[in-house]
Design a protein around this ligand. Sequence first.
Ligand SMILES: [Zn+2]
Ligand SMILES: [Zn+2]
Length: 264
Amino acid sequence: MQSLLTDQVRLLLLVGLCGLLWSLESIVPLYRYRHSRVRHAVPNVALTLILLLTNLALSFSSAYLAGFAVRHGVGLFFFFDLSAWAQVVPGVAALDLFAYLAHVLLHKSWLGWQFHRVHHSERAVDVTTTFRQHPGETVWRILWQLAAVLVFGLPLWVVIVYLILSSLNAQLEHANIKMNSGLDRCLRLALVTPHMHKVHHSRDQRETDSNYANIFSFWDRLFGTYTAEIDFRKLRYGLDGFDGKERQTLRGLLKMPFMNHTRN
Ligand SMILES: [Zn+2]
Ligand SMILES: [Zn+2]
């Protein structure tokens, strides 16, 4: 299984879906942005490359800890004697729960928010926003992933399956595409949909501080952080105080965590 999911295959899937969604954004956009899409994408693509390199540099840690957990019988799953395949669904759900918690803490802690502002300062959410995150946030998310591997005793291939599903769904969530609202409502019974995650990018803090989930929407329902419907004609993306041109460059985004700006 692991050999089928090589880094090259994962990268190909990501680039392929990104190309497809980029085209769909021209055909069925949720919002019609007036700026140049290519120019807007430049800092986001640069941050995506930094994210890929950060993940690559730290990829040995997941492999090492997953191997350690399996060899030494560490983690909750070893109490249940699950077959390899029976670990997939609970394993993916466990990693997704930890991703939810990591995301909530990025909003609720002062330091976390300093870094996470980079993602939320996006004024025109589209598929290129998916991996617009500061490398500091990337490291934080990887640490939570490693914690999940140890707490649950997850094999590496389950982590890889999770990363593929997570990154593909994240691209879909951010894509600037209008979805059929009936289909969206139906899908979001289990999954985070594009319309559901767009609420999280609202400039209105009551909406920003909701819909934190990554793949499965039920974490938000379970923990009382779910916002169902909003009026997309009134939704405005971004963060007050971070719209300036100099803040939206790659340099500005990398410096953002180290700037003082209190949240209203
Ligand atoms: Zn967030
Ligand atoms: Zn987002």
